[in-house]
Design a protein around this ligand. Structure first.
Ligand code: MSP
Length: 634
């Protein structure tokens, strides 16, 4: 029995999952189901990345602690994976005790062998990426991923001697052309390794700046850099170092990621493994971005699409199918409701759905709802049979090579081949002309194609494919396999009683108007509030009287704001990355004054200042000078 181990990136817990995350997870799920159908022993690991600056800052901004935030979003991911029928073997959270132990163990091992040293470093730090940038990596001083200005940070830290392993890595990638796929990402990595600008990796953060992380086992004043911690999930999640599960699956590890995190996976991770004397993973598969109007879908850019809304409208299988089918693996894909609707209408409803319903209707009408006994195949029949077997073989090859869109192309081709075969052989005429044997042969051939199609669709649209199999009289999952399906023919037993008809992809479902979502305008994803509800929000004009920084809270300012009351209000505001206390004194602001008071860092905040954006890209909404303090915004 072969083993198959697949991973997704572990997702950050600073926001809800969106279509981009869904794609990676649905793909990993499809591949897992595919390999299980091939008879492999499978393990699918996913989870959440919960430490680091980004999470700590998000928690601070939401007025909560990082663990509570992590708990909330880890749950959101799990709920979505359930909705999307994503069946992982293990969901790892980097705050799990067992994971922390593995991180500390590996750190100690690398430290003991002399691959970690203490030094000083200055660099441009992007909190969104959780990494330092060299000046030449920035675009006009701006982070290319997040389009924000990184801050210059200089501090003493621990460094991993990554440079020691780079020559080996370069050689390995050169000699193993399949290690990173598709090949343009491999070339990108080789180009990076060629530049020789790669430095050792800073793997710690001083606790004076960040406490939300795993403590270094050799210096309790520091926590581990979040990427060093996160990458180790791929081994801690299967029981490194001494679980049999680790021995079984690690040699077969295949990672799926998007191009945003190529460098940590293709460079940091192999070097970390080499230093820790752990064998390298088997493959790294890199996909492109889901875009909306040519911009990457992401939480921080605010154009993310809520997959739950799409699932409610179109059904889980239609969404899974669309994601896997519409992105050519390795390239970017544009998400739009119109491409979603046209893809699923053309292929799921028309090609595949229709084929099922027309065939079953004919079996009911012409064969008393039973699988007929075929006669002799003509040359044309044999040719069709051969074409279908070849499509199954190619489908399998594409699944093994992680080319889901191409794999699905082969399945659509089976459906369209069968549809054309029906049209060419006109069973309705054969029936009229009482050519019973020919009629039975034609319909049997189509039914066998449907059986193969339904099995091959199991990894893609699991519940619809199960329904398809049930319609064909195959109700037990026992014995369903894809093994040999590219060679054998005629497994559907003659005489099996079939369902009279099927409406597998009810068009009405996605043809009803979709007014819930307008891609790229997240505010329209929300439901409306009434005028009365809005009028409950009491917003006033105010002037900042004094401002100070809150200790140990990077983004918080403590403000006293005159909103026309007897005393100024105490308000905590997450604007310190953009505005200094001096900037703020005398500033005119808009304040929500009837927000429930909330204690953050021991200080009770009595209101909220209105702003646009986040991080160091945040702007105050300023009222006109003619508005008096205390004036109500209506
Ligand atoms: N926590 C790190 C990963 C650590 S893995 C050891 C991280 N998390 S993330 O929440 O930002 O997720 C990034 C991953 O989500 C991408 O690599 C990709 O798998 C998926 N996607 C997020 N947005 C995406 C698109 N717009 N398009 C396609 N996939 C995207 O990075």
């Amino acid at each position: 029995m072969k083993s198959f181990y697949i991973t997704t990136p572990i997702y950050y817990v600073n926001g809800k999952p969106h279509i981009g995350h869904s794609y990676t997870s649905v793909l990993a799920d499809m591949l897992t189901r595919y390999h299980a159908l091939e008879g492999d022993e499978v393990f699918f690991l996913t989870g959440t990345d919960e430490h680091g600056d980004k999470i700590a800052r998000s928690a601070e901004k939401e007025g909560t602690d990082p663990q509570t935030l992590a708990d909330r979003y880890a749950k959101e991911f799990k709920v979505l994976w359930d909705m999307l029928d994503v069946k992982y073997s293990e969901f790892i959270r980097t705050t799990d005790e067992s994971h922390k132990q593995v991180v500390q163990r590996v750190l100690q091992k690398i430290y003991d062998k002399g691959d970690i040293y203490f030094g000083e470093y200055g660099g441009y730090y992007c909190c969104g990426c959780e990494r330092f940038y060299a000046e030449n990596e920035l675009e006009d001083g701006i982070c290319p991923q997040h389009k924000t200005k990184p801050e210059y940070v200089k501090e003493k830290n621990y460094f991993f001697k990554m440079s020691r392993y780079l020559p080996w890595l370069k050689e390995y990638i050169t000699e193993h052309p399949d290690f990173i796929q598709p090949s343009h990402y491999r070339n990108e990595v080789l180009a990076l390794l060629q530049q020789e600008t790669l430095e050792d990796l800073c793997i710690s953060r001083p606790k004076s700046r960040l406490t939300w992380g795993i403590e270094l086992p050799f210096d309790t004043d520091y926590v581990c850099y979040v990427w060093f911690d996160a990458l180790l999930n791929y081994i801690s999640g299967i029981g490194y170092p001494d679980s049999p599960c680790f021995d079984t699956f690690w040699p077969h590890a295949e990672h799926i990621i998007a191009k945003d995190i190529l460098k940590p996976h293709a460079i940091f991770w192999p070097c970390m493994l080499a230093s820790a004397e752990i064998p390298l993973f088997k493959k790294l598969y890199v996909h492109g971005y889901w875009l909306s109007k040519d911009t990457k879908l992401s939480k921080s850019l605010g154009n993310a699409i809520d997959p739950a809304l799409l699932i409610n409208q179109y059904g889980v299988d239609a969404i899974r199918y669309f994601l896997l089918r519409d992105m050519s693996f390795g390239s970017d894909a544009n998400f739009s409701l119109s491409s979603l609707a046209s893809r699923i209408t053309a292929e799921l409803a028309n090609d595949i759905g229709n084929l099922f319903s027309r065939t079953l209707a004919m079996i009911a009408k012409y064969c008393d709802s039973k699988v007929p006994q075929p006669g002799q195949y003509t040359q044309h029949d044999e040719c069709i049979q051969q074409t279908i077997l070849e499509h199954i073989a190619m489908y399998k090859q594409h699944c093994r090579q992680v080319a889901p869109a191409k794999a699905l192309e082969n399945l659509v081709a089976i459906a369209s081949c069968a549809n054309k075969y029906i049209d060419a052989n006109a069973p309705w005429t054969l029936y009229k002309e009482k050519q019973e044997e020919r009629l039975a042969t034609v319909l049997y051939l189509v039914l066998e194609a449907l059986r193969k199609l339904a099995i091959a669709l199991l990894p893609v649209v699991p519940s619809t494919a199960k329904t398809m199999l049930a319609l064909l009289g195959i109700t037990s999952p026992l014995g369903i396999t894809l093994q040999e399906e590219e060679r054998i023919w005629g497994k559907l037993p003659v005489g099996t009683v079939l369902a009279p008809s099927a409406n597998l992809f009810p068009r009405e479902q996605w043809e009803k108007p979709m007014d819930l979502i307008e891609v790229a305008t997240p505010k329209e994803e929300k439901t409306y509030i009434s005028f009365e509800q809005f009028s409950l929000v009491d917003m006033r004009v105010g002037t900042v009287i004094s401002a100070t920084k809150v200790e140990n809270a990077r983004s918080l300012l403590l403000l006293h704001v005159d909103v026309g009351e007897d005393n100024p209000r105490t308000i905590l505001s997450g604007i310190a990355e953009k505005y200094t206390p001096t900037d703020m004194v005398g500033k005119r602001v808009i304040v929500v004054v009837n927000l429930q008071p909330k204690k953050i860092r021991g200080i009770e905040s009595h209101g909220m200042i209105l702003t646009v954006g986040e991080g160091n890209d945040i702007y105050l909404l300023e009222p006109s000078d003619v508005c008096m303090n205390g004036s109500r915004i209506v």
